[in-house]
Design a protein around this ligand. Structure first.
Ligand code: AMP
Length: 332
């Protein structure tokens, strides 16, 4: 049986890049597989958040994922810290994880370079915790991008090492996959690359973006001085606007502006106004839903407790097997 496991980092608000590039995939997956989606609040401790920030980020992620359609009755949606078994499995894997292999992980090397003042052991053993996250539920499929391939390879290594050491077939080999969703790259508003928080607030359109700032951000999006000559290729900034239009505007509207571009009659102000209007139609229902869920403590509590219960049942079964294999026996 295939089991899907994926972690969600509690890093602020979801933007439409996250939605089209990742979250939509989760929503499809929950229809076809047993899915475990967890909010990676243990992982986030490597950056030392304040208690208030940690709590509000976790709450927001939970609310936003519910709002966009993760269904806690179908998928198991839980907080990592509600399932202490993951910390226990992490401990066991750590006993057979070696300094050399952990130091060679590219995400660790990158972090060690970019934050030399905070190279903590949690960062070093991040792939060990990730292996525990996945193997806790005997996950076989992990919907991640290429950048996570090395971490997944390590999850296979730690699982196989445990299997070999205790001569048992406890853990499967989890594989990356992304077959279910077409891979979309959502461009940002500042003219270069994909939409990303690291490119700044002005680059991102959040699912909970207020109407006025949505309008302002789009109207200020980068363009150029117009088509060089009829039939010329749009600049990256303008192409990005066309790509954003494709996500939320009707085919007729997209065609209208493409033709206007080709004919050299395009007015970027009109195009942005149209994009802003259609984006608002797309965003408004999410925004309302997110704020309603954020105010609904009862729903959040019910979701988290149902998720914790389901995740702990699966985790407890794995840990019982693991503890037995290791040689822990009860004296009472
Ligand atoms: P992040 O929190 O930025 O690591 O993103 C979480 C998920 O959203 C990852 O699976 C990313 O691949 C996906 N994602 C982030 N930004 C974009 C984007 N602009 N276009 C498509 N997918 C994205």
């Amino acid at each position: 049986m295939e089991t899907v496991v994926s972690g969600i980092r509690p890093t602020g608000m979801l933007h439409i890049g996250n939605y089209f590039g990742a979250v939509r995939n989760f929503i499809q997956l929950q229809e076809s597989y047993p899915c475990y989606f967890f909010i990676a609040d243990f992982h986030s401790l490597t950056t030392h958040p304040t208690p208030a920030n940690l709590h509000s980020s976790v709450k927001r992620v939970l609310a936003e994922y519910l709002a966009v359609g993760l269904n806690p009755e179908k998928a198991t949606l839980y907080l990592q810290s509600d399932v202490p078994e993951v910390a226990e499995l992490y401990l066991y894997f750590n006993m057979n994880a070696y300094l050399g292999e952990l130091e060679r992980v590219s995400s660790f090397k990158e972090k060690a370079r970019s934050q030399p003042d905070n190279i903590n052991a949690g960062l070093l053993t991040y792939p060990v915790l990730m292996a525990a996250d996945i193997l806790l539920h005997k996950g076989t499929r992990v919907p991640v991008g290429k950048d996570q391939e090395q971490h997944l390879e390590m999850a296979r290594t730690f699982g196989n090492r445990f299997n070999r050491l205790y001569q048992a077939e406890v853990f499967p080999e989890p594989q990356a996959f992304s077959e279910t969703a077409e891979l979309v790259k959502v461009p940002g508003l500042t003219g270069a690359g994909k939409m990303s928080k690291s490119a700044g607030e002005a680059d991102c359109i959040y699912l909970a973006e207020p109407a006025d700032s949505l309008h302002k951000k789009i109207m200020r999006a980068k363009t150029d001085s117009g088509p060089a000559e009829p039939g010329s290729k749009p600049s990256e900034a303008v192409q990005n606007l066309f790509d954003l239009m494709k996500l939320v505007c009707s085919a007729d509207v997209c065609t209208f502006y493409h033709v206007a571009y080709q004919e050299g009659t395009i007015r970027y102000g009109d195009m942005k106004k149209q994009l802003a209007e259609d984006m608002e139609l797309f965003i408004a229902p999410w925004r309302e839903k997110i704020s309603a869920i954020l105010a609904n403590d009862n729903l959040l509590a019910k979701t988290a407790s149902l998720g914790a219960e389901k995740a702990r049942a699966s985790a407890a079964a794995t840990l019982a097997e693991v503890r037995h294999l290791i040689g822990f026996r009860k004296f009472y």
